[in-house]
Design a protein around this ligand. Structure first.
Ligand code: I3P
Length: 109
């Protein structure tokens, strides 16, 4: 699965709160491949020039969990992703169908 999403970092690995100044929403082109969620600037992300970017922004989803972020009311169609190493992210999708689709794809991959 792939597509544009907005991402906010909430917790780093080990459940440490993300530092101030690093918690803003950013748009990424997101690709789920081989249990890794790659976040690129755009859909040319797997080309050679952006490989380092691709490794830097990769989220390992094995033993992670995606759930609707019903407690986050500032934006619509948001899900929370908690990874095995206790990092936490919010992702905003374009509509409720995309929201379900991302959650199901991440959880049942
Ligand atoms: C963050 C930015 C986010 C905001 C976050 C801020 O500042 O304004 O939009 O989250 O609030 O820290 P910065 O750009 O300096 O990282 P919301 O959109 O959810 O309010 P937070 O500190 O409550 O996470």
């Amino acid at each position: 699965k792939k597509g544009y999403v907005m991402r906010k970092c909430c917790m780093e690995a080990n459940g440490k709160k993300t530092a101030r100044g690093k918690r803003s929403w950013k748009m990424y082109y997101c690709t789920l491949r081989d249990l890794i969620l790659y976040l690129h600037k755009d859909d040319s992300g797997f080309r050679k020039s952006q490989i380092s970017d691709s490794i830097h922004n990769a989220i390992h989803i094995h033993h992670g969990l995606a759930t609707k972020a019903t407690d986050y009311t500032k934006k619509q169609h948001v899900f929370r992703l908690v990874t095995a190493d206790q990092a936490e992210y919010l992702f905003q999708t374009s509509d409720s169908k995309e929201l379900d689709s991302w959650i199901n794809t991440i959880n049942f991959v």
